[in-house]
Design a protein around this ligand. Structure first.
Ligand code: 6GU
Length: 275
């Protein structure tokens, strides 16, 4: 997978050299290009922003550097794919624009994006990027405007770090333990934890400061352990994320699941689960 990140703060992406993603880059499973938007600003001050038409506070990022940046990043990818020259086209590229006004990023979107060949991230600062940049880019490639949650960051950079990590850990070979992803909270796919957050985990020692590991986890009874884990996930989800419980399809709930949820104070109806 090829990742290109366009930003006025290239230093922000140093963490991509660390941990699982850093190792995947070293192995060549992921190629990351971090590009300084200012290299496509041509005035002496390398200006990338201006005041908003119509007035109002803050600054808007000018379209010209963004247009050149996108053309250059697409052109370079075209070159690598050894396709004929000419106007930049977007082979397998998709543009991701982080913005608090975007669609909410989720495990499902991470899984979709993990199938892409080439992702380009356009990090906006100030009050955003001139809206024509996204209009222009939509003629070249699929574009997704994505938010990582209902709060406002000063810029898209930390959101891109979050999205890149969520996407890249789903690539084959990136996660140390290949079995981990299907059991994650929000489990991609139809694993046992699909739609739930994960319950607690324990390791040695068996007793620590007077606190014991639940006996069932030491029993060697895999069926009982799986059931205990599902019960714990249901209870924790009921407590911390009632919105997720409300979205569980009733067909996904066994009689035992319903019993656990109702003990966790969820009324379980025929069709779906109501608080
Ligand atoms: Cl993607 N960008 C900014 N600036 N703020 C955010 C966000 C993105 N997602 C949540 N808040």
């Amino acid at each position: 997978m090829l990742l290109d990140i366009i930003t006025i703060f290239p230093e922000y992406f140093a963490p991509l050299g660390v941990s699982l993603i850093g190792k995947a880059v070293q192995r060549g499973d992921i190629a990351v290009g971090v590009h300084d938007l200012r290299s496509w600003a041509h005035d002496p001050h390398k200006t990338v922003d201006d005041t908003p038409f119509g007035g109002g506070p803050g600054m808007v990022m000018r379209p010209e550097p963004w247009g050149e940046a996108l053309d250059a990043v697409l052109g370079a990818a075209d070159g690598r794919a050894q396709s004929p020259g000419g106007a930049p086209s977007a082979g397998g590229a998709q543009l991701i624009v982080p913005t608090p006004a975007g669609e909410l990023f989720s495990q499902g979107i991470a899984a979709e994006l993990a199938g892409a060949e080439h992702l380009i991230f356009a990090c906006g600062r100030y009050e955003g990027i001139d809206a024509r940049v996204v209009d222009y880019a939509r003629n070249l490639m699929p574009v997704r405007e994505l938010s990582i949650g209902d709060y406002v960051l000063a810029g898209g950079e930390p959101a891109v770090l979050v999205m890149v990590e969520a996407i890249c850990r789903l690539l084959p070979g990136v996660l140390g333990n290949a079995g981990s992803a299907p059991d994650d909270s929000f489990g991609a796919g139809d694993g046992p934890m699909h739609g739930l957050v994960e319950g607690p985990a324990y390791t040695r020692p068996r007793a620590w400061r007077g606190l014991e590991v639940p006996d069932v986890l030491l029993s060697g009874n895999h069926g009982a352990i799986a059931r205990w884990r599902r019960d714990a996930a249901l209870r924790r989800t009921a407590l911390t994320r009632p919105d997720l419980v409300a979205r569980l399809p009733s067909a996904a709930l066994s009689a035992r699941d319903r019993q656990v949820l109702s003990q966790a104070r969820f009324a379980v109806t025929g069709e779906d689960v109501a608080h």
